[in-house]
Design a protein around this ligand. Structure first.
Ligand code: HEM
Length: 409
């Protein structure tokens, strides 16, 4: 079939529930038939091939983050950086903030989180396995995956232990999507404001009495006399919630779903040498939580023979790039035995100046939790027919995932 550079909406509707159930056949059509796709009714463009996604993410001059990274009109505006910090900035402004923040977010600081993450994994797994025995199954999201990532963030930034349940409730409400996928519901805005006000108080306290947490490190951070002011610190704390909570929850859920659907590989994971790292990486490639990122086209650009005008909104489809048959062998197959070289080509944590600041932390959380799970259990059955999917253009994964675990004797 000849390449179409522009079509009506019949191929790709990112708000369509069927698309959320299984976006991959749609991506395959886009890659083959419309590698530059123009959705006329919602007025956005999309790139789906690995090479194009990589090039667009690298070229942050033309493909800007300045309007935010979400497709939704409600989150697309010049002020996106007020809640998304440097994720929604370019050039020098992004470099400055990311540098200052990185001073508090070093690899050592992330490594130091291991005992805390392990304690949380033990805590939630203890309860989960008791519930599993009592009821014959458990909801992996409610019991662990939906809680641990936000608790890790709270631990890292120094939220008092007594406040962590409430902070998690607000963080979850902030991205709550009721039955629709387009609009930020009012409850979400109210929760965001409450969380911001909690962080305002916390930052003020750390300015008075600094401790050993990330917030205190951000208060202290200084490069050549330049420091972060309160608004910048608070925007970064909110960014951690937006970027690091739901994404990691979805990774933990998707990992179980795909291992459950592949009994031979589950057997390898539960009986063989340590394959947890490979299991996590293949989950990230095969079915990543961040399927697409939006970009603002800063100047006219020619792609696949067509000019995309300045001012356009363009989606880079990471979920599609990770399944591109031009790069991956048998891309639709979930295979934890893929070579590290191939896995390294997956772009789940982005590319270039906005490469995920929390990639090491997300990997660490997944490894600690899943290694502990493998130590304590000898198998799993995922009841995927009763799983409840989240409908969203921002994340891919589950709101509920019933699983039965076999406890090790
Ligand atoms: C940026 C994915 C977990 C913090 C990004 C980007 C992606 C991504 C694709 C690039 C955005 C862009 O190019 O516009 C993921 C996935 C995760 C995850 C799939 C889990 C499986 C985390 C965690 C944290 C975090 C745990 C921290 C607690 C950030 C931050 C940025 C970012 C701060 C902005 C970096 C910048 O703009 O310079 N993430 N992320 N992420 N992520 Fe993550």
């Amino acid at each position: 079939m000849s390449e179409m550079t522009s079509t009506t909406t019949e191929i790709f509707d990112p708000y369509d529930y069927d698309f959320h159930e299984d976006p991959y056949p749609v991506y395959a059509r886009l890659r083959d038939e419309a590698p530059l796709y123009h959705n006329v009714s919602d007025d956005f463009w999309a790139l789906s091939r690995h090479a194009d996604v990589h090039a667009a993410l690298k070229n942050d001059t033309v493909f800007s983050n300045r309007m935010g990274v979400s497709l939704d009109a409600s989150a697309w505006n010049q002020d996106a950086h007020r809640v998304m910090s440097f994720l929604a900035l370019d050039g020098k402004e992004q470099t400055r903030l990311r540098k200052l923040v990185s001073a508090g977010f070093t690899p050592r600081r992330v490594r130091d989180l291991v005992p805390g993450v392990q304690a949380l994994a033990d805590h939630y797994l203890d309860r989960l396995l008791v519930a599993n025995e009592d009821h014959g199954e458990v909801d992996w999201i409610a019991e662990l995956a939906g809680k641990l990532p936000m608790d890790v963030i709270s631990q890292m930034i120094g939220v008092a232990e007594a406040d962590r349940d409430e902070v998690r409730r607000l963080a979850d409400l902030m991205v709550h999507r009721e039955d629709g996928v387009r609009d930020v519901p009012e409850a979400g805005m109210a929760a965001a404001l409450e969380l911001i006000s909690y962080y305002v108080t916390m930052v003020a306290e750390r300015r008075k009495r600094p401790g050993d947490d990330l917030t205190s490190a951000l208060v202290r951070a200084e490069i050549d006399g330049d420091r972060l002011h309160d608004g910048e610190i608070i925007a970064f704390l909110i960014l951690l919630v937006v970027a690091g909570n739901e994404t990691t929850t979805k990774l933990l859920g998707n990992a179980l779903l795909h291992l459950g659907a592949n009994p031979a590989q589950a057997e390898d994971v539960f009986t063989g040498p340590d394959l947890v790292g490979a299991w996590v990486e293949e989950t990230l490639r095969h079915d990543t939580s961040t399927q697409m990122l939006a970009r603002y086209v800063a100047e006219d650009v020619e792609l696949h023979g067509q000019v995309v005008p300045a001012g356009s909104k363009l989606l880079v489809l990471i979920g599609s790039a990770n399944r591109d048959e031009r790069v991956f062998t048998a891309p639709t197959v979930f295979d934890i035995h893929r070579s590290p070289d191939e896995l390294a080509k997956s772009m789940s944590f982005g590319v270039g100046r906005h490469f995920c600041l929390g990639a090491n932390l997300a990997r660490l959380e997944a490894r600690v939790v899943l290694e502990e799970l493998v130590r304590r259990t000898s198998g799993l059955e995922v009841h995927s027919e009763r799983a409840v999917r989240v409908h969203s253009t921002n994340v891919r994964g589950f709101a509920e995932l019933p699983v039965t675990f076999t406890r090790r004797a």
